[in-house]
Design a protein around this ligand. Structure first.
Ligand code: FES
Length: 343
């Protein structure tokens, strides 16, 4: 049976390969002309050592000098020896350029423009060969703004298997993509998409999960929730979605849809504006309780503007909370800035 392997490079580029039965990840990579780091190809030197973020595999034969038991217990692996037993996500310790590969570029067609609220639009594009644009839920792409030489980064709000791919955008007065969508975009326009990119993606759900979204930082978490509809969750997943004002609140129906569809998923939302009509007024940190933190045995996924990401980090620090994993992505209004992993 073939398995899909996502190779996530240090520069944020992700490439996907198919690994055949009993084929090593290294062999499948080179077959796809992706030159991941290799030397001995024999499990002896450790040059290919990578981190498996998600999935299961047979580690193959190697010596302790190449990979210690402790490293293996933390998810490190040797692509020259390993054969996948499920789909995998690997962090490859080099850049895509060093591996002589690059992000894919896709020509898409704009098929829907949705004005969701005064401040937020959604848009959808379709590709002739949808299967060519693979991504992990939570990742983003660079989208060329039609009529300009500029591009902007947006996280997918749709799941990785959806036929069409969708995005959320907060509309700003002078934003290039905002102006395009608000003033000139037409269904049928050609839109160029490059990616996928980013290390903010859903890992294996091995413990309770807390998701925190600020504004249109909700988009990648929606993509993750869509992915979760295909999984059997063993642990609770709770999402807290915070916005500045009532008009920024979007996609509550979709969150409710996931709450109905995913048995262990719950969500809450809050609005910072004291004049809000929402039942919860304040910032997301005001609505995190002990149960969500689970004595630190929790994976946290956070996407929002830089000040929110920093505020959550400070809150966790002040509360003495050290989550098992903390994955975050910051976005500025003009561009999404990957924030990497770690508290
Ligand atoms: Fe030497 Fe994999 S290339 S251990």
């Amino acid at each position: 049976m073939n398995h899909q392997v996502a190779l996530s490079f240090e520069d944020g580029v992700t490439r996907f390969i198919k690994c055949g039965p009993r084929e090593t990840v290294a062999d499948a990579s080179y077959r796809a002309r992706i030159n991941i780091p290799l030397d001995c190809r024999d499990g002896a030197c450790g040059t290919c050592k990578s981190l498996c973020e998600s999935g299961s595999y047979d580690g193959g034969d190697y010596i302790e000098d190449a990979l210690t038991d402790e490293e293996a217990s933390h998810g490190y692996c040797l692509p020259c020896q390993m054969t996948p037993t499920s789909d995998l996500v690997l962090q490859i310790p080099t850049t895509s350029a060093m591996a002589k590969t690059q992000a894919g570029t896709f020509v898409t067609t704009l098929t829907e423009i949705r004005r969701i609220s005064e401040t937020t639009y959604g848009f959808t594009v379709e590709l002739e060969d949808r299967g060519s644009l693979e991504f992990l839920s939570g990742q983003y792409v660079n989208i060329g703004v039609p009529g300009t030489d500029e591009s902007r980064s947006y996280s997918f709000s749709s799941g990785p298997s959806a036929l069409a791919v969708s995005f959320l955008i907060r509309i700003t007065d002078r934003g290039l993509m905002s102006s395009y969508l608000r003033d000139t975009a037409q269904v049928g326009d050609t839109v160029e998409v490059t990616g996928p990119r980013g290390s903010f993606f859903l890992r294996d759900l091995t413990r309770p999960t807390l998701m925190l979204a600020g504004g249109t930082g909700l988009a990648p978490l929606l993509s993750m929730l869509e992915k979760m509809t295909t999984l059997e969750l063993e642990h609770p997943v709770h999402l807290i979605y915070g916005v500045s004002t009532d008009v920024d609140l979007v996609e509550l129906d979709r969150l409710q849809f996931y709450a109905d569809r995913i048995p262990k998923f719950t969500f809450d939302f809050c609005v910072a504006d004291p004049a809000s009509m929402a039942p919860n007024r304040g910032y997301v940190t005001s609505f995190i309780d002990d149960q969500h933190i689970n004595d630190g045995d929790v994976d946290i996924y956070l996407c929002g503007p830089p000040n929110m990401v920093e505020a959550v980090r400070s809150w966790l620090h002040n509360e003495g909370v050290e989550p098992a994993n903390f994955y975050s992505e910051k976005f500025a209004l003009a561009a999404l800035v990957p924030a990497g992993v770690g508290v």
